[in-house]
Design a binder for this molecule. Structure first.
Ligand SMILES: [Zn+2]
Length: 252
């Protein structure tokens, strides 16, 4: 198998339980991103928080705290440190496919000088449309950094060999997408925020700002893509990143 898949954690998101569809007044959830090492080059799916968020006074963190949210990141958890532990120079990353343009998925872009961003056209356009970008919380300062951008509409085969295929899963944001991966680790569907965690498959408790009808359709479509051995990897599921993480973050 020519594709290797890793899962790395880049900080945590903190909110009330309701916002994450979880029990408990306050919850903390992991912020994963994924590394795909292919003979054609290294691609990421999502890229975590911006390294600047190591600083509690980073301006968006200050703004988040005013509405009862926060994101925390240690110097060891930045995108760059995660890649270095895999012996990957961030300058070597050729593609950054983003599930969507939220700060906890696009934030690490600033650390990728040579990456082409791959995003659904409707997501990118929403990011520049005042009403949609404000409703969905898409902040240009975290994604509009001058990278070359490939806009895709519908499915997109990342390496051209079927090993990693982006599939639209709109609803969380206008152009959200997920990634189906066939790698040395077996078959995975990286759902992104089409589904925050396993429990949402049953409860369908989606974030307030999202398009719930679209999220229902998207989640059904993702579940229908599963084969008998496919592992679903959810957007922010604490149970998938505990002692036995769903994907390795290091070479064995
Ligand atoms: Zn997220």
């Amino acid at each position: 198998m020519s594709l290797r898949l890793f899962g790395c954690l880049c900080g945590q998101f903190h909110s009330d339980g309701v916002a994450m569809a979880m029990p408990g007044e306050r919850v903390s959830v992991p912020i994963p991103f994924y590394v795909l090492e292919h003979p054609e080059g290294v691609a990421l799916f999502d890229c975590g928080l911006p390294a600047a968020m190591v600083d509690p006074d980073e301006s968006y963190r200050v703004a988040l705290r005013k509405v009862g949210l926060d994101a925390t990141l240690t110097p060891e958890e930045t995108l760059t440190r995660n890649l270095e532990r895999l012996d990957i120079d961030p300058a070597r990353v050729r593609w950054a496919a983003l599930s969507h343009l939220h700060f906890d998925h696009a934030g690490g872009l600033r650390e990728l000088p040579n990456a082409t961003v791959i995003v659904q056209r409707r997501e990118w356009e929403a990011g520049f449309e005042p009403e949609l970008s404000s409703r969905y919380g898409l902040r240009k300062r975290y994604f509009d950094l001058g990278h070359p951008v490939t806009l895709v509409e519908g499915e997109h085969d990342l390496f051209g060999d079927g090993s990693a295929v982006l599939v639209p899963s709109h609803g969380h944001t206008p152009g959200h997408q997920s990634l189906r991966v066939r790698s040395d680790r077996g078959d995975h569907i990286l759902a992104g925020d089409a589904c925050y965690h396993c429990g949402v498959v049953e409860t369908r408790q989606f974030p307030q700002m999202s398009d719930h009808a679209a999220m229902n359709r998207s989640l059904d479509a993702l579940l229908a893509l599963r084969g008998p051995d496919t592992v679903m990897v959810w957007g922010h599921d604490p149970d998938q990143w505990g002692e036995r993480p769903v994907l390795p973050n290091a070479r064995d």
